[in-house]
Design a protein around this ligand. Structure first.
Ligand SMILES: O=C([O-])C(=O)C[C@H](O)[C@@H](O)C(=O)[O-]
Ligand SMILES: [Mg+2]
Length: 429
């Protein structure tokens, strides 16, 4: 006779099991091409930080954030403040971290420090419950998250410097419209992106308008965005908006400040977007009053983690503002977190930014969980973030950080090594 056996259910971890017992903060450095922007050029190495949080029962959660000497000091303060806390207590975690950090720090920095630990805590919550992070955020409203092709003007190589040879890359030079179209063809060919963002603010605006027109001709169906990172005055921005009428999905941060953006928005036919003048909840009220921006680029690294990013979506819906997503040079832990929150945020109305095509070959997570298909990343199905740390790669990138003796990102200083007269005074045109 056949008897059915019921397997004993896995024991639910107790509150004591899920207390944070150990936190490891590992600074890393990974290679980056010479990408140009309004304040200089990317250095050969990006400085970033990997966070590992462990609980009493041995669960591991991962976080990733931008680096820098002061960020490392602030992360150490944050880590110290949350030892012994339960991983489900992320509201208390925010209070403890915010309260422990130097009161003179900006709310932006405090939110950034908390975010790295919140992501790791959510990763553990997922492992403890057998759920994905997006499920913990309310479940997925989309199974695949669309990203845009993030184009940059770029040099062919990092020039030889301090006795070190030049560093070439697979992307080649892009200093004119033809170079950018080639870059877009390669990136879209490999990743299948369905929209395009050009990082501008590098050349006089007339040249960047020509680049947008060349991209429109080469990719007639793909939405285009242009982001000069406040390199233009209000008047120049209004002129560019007229010249690009009908060409842009949105124009991102043409000019500094909420007032200036409001003046440009009043004259522009396309929506204005930002990741520079609305970067915290307390900027939204004034922005709405002035109708400065019609799209906000959220970023969990700066908006205080994944839950607050989802809340930003709710606020955007309330005020009829679109939601897109910002990125900085990043690896797979950040990408996984971006995908989970984007999948769980109904208000997300635009394809997200990502630097992954520029940096993903350096990844500290094992391959497999994150893949771009037709420009989108399917939400990882493993528990938590659904990504696993590659410890050999982590050790290699940490050694690279130690050897490079990096302190902070310095696009302007690096540019000045080749053009001593260069300044990053904006607006420039
Ligand atoms: O949308 C943006 O402003 C960015 O992506 C900021 C980045 O720092 C970008 O300018 C870069 O990588 O040079
Ligand atoms: Mg931007």
């Amino acid at each position: 006779m056949k008897t059915s056996t019921t397997l004993p259910a896995a024991p639910t971890p107790t509150a004591a099991d899920l207390k944070i017992t150990e936190i490891t903060i590992t600074p890393i450095a990974f290679s980056d091409p010479p990408l140009l922007n309004a304040v200089g050029v990317h250095e050969p190495l990006v400085h970033r930080v990997i966070i590992e949080v462990r609980t009493a029962n041995g669960l591991l959660g991962l976080g990733e954030c931008a680096g820098g000497q002061s960020r490392l000091e602030n992360l150490a303060v944050g880590a110290n403040a949350i030892k012994g806390l339960g991983v489900f207590d992320t509201s208390v975690m925010e209070q403890l971290i915010t309260g422990a950090l130097d009161p003179s720090l900006s709310s932006f920095e405090k939110a950034a420090v908390f975010s790295a630990f919140e992501v790791a805590a959510l990763d553990i919550q997922g492992h403890a419950t057998g759920r994905t992070v997006s499920e913990l955020l309310g479940g997925t409203v989309r199974d695949e998250v669309p990203f845009s092709a993030y184009l940059f003007y770029k040099w062919a190589e990092h020039p030889a410097l301090d006795g070190k040879p030049a560093i070439t890359d697979e992307w080649g030079e892009a200093l004119d419209p033809a170079g950018l179209v080639r870059q877009a063809q390669k990136m879209i060919g490999e990743y299948g992106f369905k929209s395009i963002k050009l990082k501008g603010g590098v050349f006089p605006p007339a040249q960047e308008i020509e680049a947008i027109k060349a991209l429109r001709e080469a990719f007639p169906k793909l939405p285009l965005r242009l982001d000069p990172n406040t390199a233009w005055t209000v008047e120049t921005s209004q002129w560019v908006a007229r010249e690009t009428d009908g060409l842009l999905e949105y124009l991102e941060d043409p000019t500094p400040g909420l007032e200036g953006m409001g003046e440009v928005a009043a004259a522009a036919s396309m929506p204005l977007a930002t990741n520079m003048c609305v970067v915290a909840f307390d900027h939204i009220k004034r922005s709405v009053e002035l109708d400065s921006v019609q799209v906000i680029l959220g970023d969990h690294h700066y908006w205080g983690g994944l839950r607050h990013t989802r809340e930003l979506g709710t606020l955007c819906q309330t005020f009829g503002i679109g939601l897109s997503m910002h990125s900085n040079s990043h690896l797979g832990i950040s990408l996984a977190a971006m995908v989970h929150v984007a999948a769980a945020t109904p208000a997300l109305t635009y394809a997200c930014d990502t630097h992954y095509p520029w940096n993903g070959h350096n990844d500290v997570v094992k391959p497999g969980a994150l893949r771009f298909v037709d420009g989108s990343v399917r939400v990882p199905t493993g528990t938590g973030l659904g990504v696993e740390l590659d410890r050999d790669k982590l050790a290699e990138l940490h050694q690279q950080y130690l050897d490079a003796k990096m302190t902070a990102r310095d696009d302007t200083g690096y540019m000045q090594r080749f053009m001593p007269e260069y300044t990053a005074d904006l607006p420039r045109w």
